[in-house]
Design a protein around this ligand. Structure first.
Ligand code: FAD
Length: 482
């Protein structure tokens, strides 16, 4: 993006295409996963240059398997509505378009005389392709702010990007705290004429028949104000995060993941506020760095969501879904006979979110006990999570599978029943598996073993030991290459 020049008292800039722009020409502000007005560097730069046309393009140009999932669409609908309301309070509005984002943005530029586009950098492969293509046709100014530090900002002594989380986190910590977040501008100048836009309701982002998201709004308030409220609520709990985050029965983590994914709050804002709260925030801040780490991995290996980062896993003898389909369905619908797994999968379906400890247990159960390829699980999460993130989802699934760049070794197999007891999940199970709500703490983790399984709750779809041995046998087939 070209630098601004002060000429004859009038602020002018020269675009990459040699066309001088004048102060009164509108500039485009392209929103993607950064649906906020505060600490939004692209907005901050755009308002300096003249009237702003904020726009969002619903673009299904991501490869078909990464088309935005159903739960994310629900979130997006409400977040866009909230962003438009916030923009209107500042004298602006959100223009909506649908189609190929590059073509749509170029078309709006032609309609309005805008030559420059401001946006935040995003690192999903399809966004990087779109940025490259748009940069060839318009003057595209990309700003940082989706992460604590842009990928590649910290490097190993050899100049490479980090592959292992711990040294990466240490290096990021050396650059923290992030810069003081910037306030939202008090006004955003409107263009003389607004380009035509779509109606949000016509996009059909919300489910109708059936409305499987009916309960989502009890748990979530998408949008910048909702994100702010969530951060504020978490500050009271942050001191106990270290212990409470692992206990599914407690709301011990921040539940900020969808807000962070859609960029309704910046990681810098979260960092600053939580680091300033009473208590030691180190564990939480390190989790936030996992998000940067995951994005660094997809930046270095764009196919992380569909290819094993360790090629030895290509030879893993996963069960074919034609044979394992019944087990896969039991997992998706929360009817495996393992209460902790079922509670997690039902929480996911009902609320669009699952507790982190339970995500690990449920993912491990699918991959190891059921010997089903991690990619099938990742795609189910992609469709059902409100925080579905190409980076976080892919990197965490590959971490659990052992196929990731930095990963848990495959042969370390989580015992779901032991985990359930250890992390005191009894109340969590009672909440999400009502068939078991009458059971005491000492039997609820494994009712079958105590002859306490009610008739309406399924028997275990596989015995723990049998699943473990089958997984280890599969592992032995590839372990010499790992
Ligand atoms: P907190 O514990 O409060 O953490 C604060 C923030 O740090 C989170 O909001 C998130 O942005 C980040 N964070 C925390 N843990 C991780 C992690 N392990 N990796 C990357 N970032 C992290 N997270 C997603 O945001 N989207 C996903 O699609 C996703 N898929 C996952 C799939 C599997 C199989 C597993 C095991 C984990 C996945 N996670 C994903 C990571 C993690 O479970 C969630 O970020 C976390 O549960 C969100 O809850 P929270 O906001 O209360 O987290």
């Amino acid at each position: 993006c070209s630098a601004s020049l002060q000429m004859g008292g009038d602020l002018e800039h020269r675009s990459a295409h040699g066309m001088p722009g004048r102060m009164s020409d509108p500039v485009l502000l392209w929103f993607r996963q950064d649906l906020r007005l505060a600490d939004q560097a692209a907005l901050g730069a755009a308002v300096q240059e003249g009237p702003v046309i904020p726009l969002y393009v619903l673009d299904d140009q991501a490869p078909r398997q990464w088309k935005m999932g159903g739960a994310s669409r629900w979130w997006l609908h409400h977040s866009l509505r909230s962003l438009d309301d916030d923009l209107r309070k500042k004298g602006s509005r959100l223009v909506l378009r649908q189609g190929n984002c590059v073509d749509q943005i170029v078309q709006i530029a032609e309609e309005t005389g805008a030559r420059r586009v401001h946006a935040l950098h995003h690192y999903e492969p399809w966004w990087r392709n779109a940025e490259k293509a748009l940069g060839k046709r318009l003057d595209l100014c990309l700003h940082d702010g989706a992460l604590l530090l842009p990928p590649g900002a910290v490097r190993t002594g050899g100049g490479n990007s980090y592959r292992i989380y711990t040294p990466f986190a240490r290096a990021v910590m050396d650059h923290m705290p992030p810069a003081e977040p910037v306030r939202a501008p008090s006004r955003i100048d409107a263009p003389g004429q607004w380009p035509k836009g779509d109606s949000l309701d016509r996009w059909g982002l919300l489910p109708t028949a059936p409305d499987w998201a009916a309960a989502f709004s009890r748990d979530w308030t998408p949008g910048e104000a909702g994100a702010r409220a969530n951060v504020a609520a978490f500050l009271d709990e942050a001191a106990d995060y270290d212990r409470a985050r692992n206990l599914p029965s407690r709301e011990g983590s921040s539940r900020l993941s969808p807000h962070l994914h859609f960029g309704e709050v910046s990681p810098a804002q979260v960092w600053r506020q939580v680091a300033g709260a009473p208590g030691n925030a180190t564990t939480f801040l390190k989790e936030l760095i996992w998000r940067d780490y995951a994005h660094t991995q997809i930046w270095a290996m764009p196919a992380y969501g569909s290819e094993n980062a360790r090629p030895a896993f290509d030879a893993m003898p996963w069960r074919d879904l034609r044979e394992a389909g019944v087990d896969f369905t039991a997992w998706k619908t929360g009817r495996t006979g393992y209460p902790i797994v079922d509670a997690g999968m039902r929480q996911l379906w009902t609320t669009g979110w699952m507790h982190n400890r339970v995500r690990m247990i449920a993912a491990s159960f699918l991959i190891k006990h059921l010997l089903i390829d991690w990619r099938h699980g990742a795609r189910w999460f992609w469709d059902t999570l409100v925080d579905a993130s190409y980076a976080n989802n892919s990197v965490n699934w590959q971490w659990v599978a052992g196929s990731g760049v930095d990963a848990n070794i495959f042969s370390r197999i989580m015992a779901p029943l032991t985990q359930s007891e250890k992390f005191e999940a009894a109340d969590y199970i009672r909440k999400w598996v009502p068939e078991l709500a009458h059971l005491n703490d000492d039997v609820i983790h494994d009712p079958e073993a105590h002859d306490a399984r009610p008739a309406d709750y399924p028997a275990k779809c596989i015995d723990h030991r049998e699943g473990r041995e089958r997984a280890l046998a599969a592992w032995r087939r590839i372990s010499h290459d790992c």
